[in-house]
Design a protein around this ligand. Sequence first.
Ligand SMILES: Cc1cc2nc3c(=O)[nH]c(=O)nc-3n(C[C@H](O)[C@H](O)[C@H](O)COP(=O)(O)O)c2cc1C
Length: 200
Amino acid sequence: MKLVVGLAGASGSIYAARFLRALSEIPGDTYFTVSPASLRIFSEEYETKVSNAEDVLDFIQQRWKPETKHKFHIRDFFDIGSDIASGSNSWDAMVVVPCSMKTVASINAGFTENLIERAADVSLKERRRLIVVPRETPYNRIHLRNMLSLDEAGGIIVPASPGFYQMPKSLDDLGDFIAGRIFNLLGVESELFPKWDPKK
Ligand SMILES: Cc1cc2nc3c(=O)[nH]c(=O)nc-3n(C[C@H](O)[C@H](O)[C@H](O)COP(=O)(O)O)c2cc1C
């Protein structure tokens, strides 16, 4: 499995962190890029200081000590000449988690000013799976229109709305619910949340 994963500046660093933790344990390759806003929010939400993509991966390694089977290849958010800025390089899917309304709007408009926006644009034009995990509340009509339009363009919207029917015991369980849904869409089996059993 070859992925592109981007962290954009929305609240919900836990969704990125729990997804990356689980991804670390799966063989494969990920091109990884983070926006400055995502680093600021990650730092605030985890009461830490992450200054770059490497810091984010180190934080996850130190906090949960996942068995590392995955290779992460860090790419500069501002390098619009990166390999993943071009459709001539291939990947199976791209995940933007979490995703700000600004990045949803940019991808929807085809306005690609940074590497997340450009790789997402490439994913759509090359008909590769693009999974976007937006977070905002409440939504205005611009947000709603952009998300509908992005879905119509082939993107998959996975709202950062964890379910509660499986009785989460911790914040990590809520993060894993969304991480598990992303894995479902990537076609990867995971044990991140219990399957619904109506007989229970
Ligand atoms: C603490 C903090 C929390 C934020 N939370 C959100 C959010 O949940 N959703 C959102 O759309 N924007 C949020 N923003 C605003 C975005 O970070 C801002 O629009 C930024 O320009 C997004 O850039 P990026 O998508 O390139 O990372 C937040 C900003 C800060 C500082």
